[in-house]
Design a protein around this ligand. Structure first.
Ligand code: NAP
Length: 435
């Protein structure tokens, strides 16, 4: 019996799940459903446009998608175009792999002012995500503040700091590239609420910050003296060695200064975004370490003037009707990737927004094992039911062939060394595929 499987979401965890299922069970049909017109989720819209090597994993996913057993249904939102209940009637197993695409709110006064954006919005904007193409972030001041000490904060800072030639082989959208290149931003603060040795930056990412052509990376004055004496500085992880090798801002030789500066500022807790309707700064409280090495507020505050604030403090998942969801963590409630009988989940929506792309392989393996161990007896119709449902309800969608044509066109129409020029809105897509 051919097992009929629907995967909701088409990012890394969706494709690794499909890969693992196909390894264990050749006799299956897998339909990958996404609310966007394009597959690959985080790799297309989250990974930075200048990190094309990371995006190469798409080639693996393309080979999976090309298999006869696998089909794509793009521009289909589960919960809106079709319910989970109906999918359960059509499929033997359903895997929710929708990722986490909503910014965790900073939750301080003023964080809804114009000029303050979550990283999901800002990254979505420069990566051509249809939901954020009209964000038009205000980049009209000379200072930006990025809150958070993870790789997403680094990505945002790097994209703001690179010059045109450093971005030439990226697939950044033309509109955002022009806005960034023409912006007056010269100073970018990256703010951590804890110390440099608590930062979550990884080695490759932090190393890149020291190699920017027109931007110097520095630590705020006094950073190094704040590192606890108990730390064995000779045996730090590589990423911390690189980070702590950046000069402090006051020791920079002014004659060798580059046009832009990224300043890492630690032990600072955001208190309030300042300005009227529009951001003009941020007030922060100085944190310090107590005897147990926990950070505590000192009550002492300072302000940074800035016209742009980006929060990169983690993500939250989106609830789908009919799926048990933990509002606090933003995850689907699951036990080792199993939600209930025939319902599985994988990736960030299952375990939270951590890990690299390859981390999702483990989720895929567990889901595939769960499915392989099950005995399916009903002869469900899967794809043919789904297609009939869409045609009866006049719901249009992007299929695998459409996507392959879109992909080819994006590559064909790219110019000036860019690997592709992305389609950005749905009208443009439907016009192109003539549906
Ligand atoms: P992350 O690595 O979890 O970092 C989140 C940062 O936000 C932490 O420094 C955290 O500080 C801080 N934070 C949280 N709440 C805060 C608050 N209220 N005020 C101030 N700071 C706050 O998350 P991420 O950067 O979003 O990255 C998500 C995952 O994607 C990570 O696994 C990351 O490595 C991965 N990623 C990888 C790459 C790459 O490999 N190139 C690129 C992008 C993302 P605390 O530590 O104090 O909680």
């Amino acid at each position: 019996m051919t097992i009929k499987i629907a995967i909701i979401g088409s990012g890394p965890s969706a494709f690794y799940s499909a890969q693992s299922i196909l390894k264990l069970n050749q006799d299956c049909e897998i339909d990958i459903i996404d609310k966007l017109f394009s597959p690959f989720g985080l790799v297309r819209y989250g990974v930075a446009p200048d990190h094309q090597k990371t995006k190469n994993v798409i080639r693996v996913f393309e080979r999976i998608l090309a298999l006869e057993q696998v089909e794509f249904f793009g521009d289909i939102e589960v919960g809106k175009n079709i319910s989970i209940e109906r999918l359960k009637l059509f499929y033997d197993a359903i895997i929710i792999a929708t990722g986490m695409a909503i910014d965790r709110p900073l939750g301080i006064k003023g964080d809804n002012k114009q000029g303050c954006y979550g990283a999901a919005q800002f990254v979505g904007w420069y990566n051509g995500h249809p939901d954020y193409k009209d964000l038009n972030p205000i980049l009209d001041s000379n200072t930006a503040v990025i809150i958070g000490n993870g790789n997403v904060a680094i990505d945002c800072a790097r994209v703001l700091a690179k010059n045109k030639s450093e971005m030439a082989s990226s697939d950044i959208t033309e509109y955002s590239s022009n806005t960034i290149i023409n912006s007056p931003i010269k100073k970018i603060y990256i703010i951590g609420r804890r110390g440099p040795l608590d930062a979550k930056f990884t080695t490759v990412e932090i190393r890149e910050m020291g190699e920017l052509q027109e931007c110097e990376s520095v630590l705020s004055e006094g950073t190094l003296s704040q590192i606890p004496q108990t730390q064995d500085l000779d045996n730090l992880g590589k990423q911390y060695k690189i980070l702590t090798s950046f000069p402090e801002s006051n020791s920079l030789n002014t004659s060798s200064r580059k046009a832009k500066t990224i300043e890492f500022k630690f032990y600072a807790k955001p208190l309030e975004v300042l300005g009227d309707d529009k951001v003009n700064g941020i007030r922060l409280e100085i944190n310090r370490l107590n005897k147990k090495n926990n950070v505590i507020g000192t009550g002492e505050t300072f302000e940074l003037k800035a016209g742009l604030i980006i929060t990169a403090i983690g993500y939250h998942g989106e609830k789908i009707d009919g799926i048990p969801f933990d509002e606090q963590s933003g995850k689907i409630i699951n036990k080792e990737n199993i939600v209930d009988n025939n319902l599985y989940t994988a990736g960030w929506i299952a375990r939270g927004p951590t890990g690299v792309i390859g981390t999702n392989k483990h989720d895929g393996d567990r889901v595939a094992k769960g499915i392989a161990e099950k005995k399916f007896s009903e002869n469900k119709k899967g794809r043919s039911n789904l297609k009939d449902f869409f045609s009866e309800n006049k719901i249009k969608y992007i299929n695998k062939l459409d996507w392959q044509n879109i992909n080819e066109e994006e590559i064909k129409r790219a110019n000036n060394g860019a690997p592709r020029k992305k389609f950005i809105d749905f009208d443009e897509i439907y016009k192109f595929i003539n549906k």
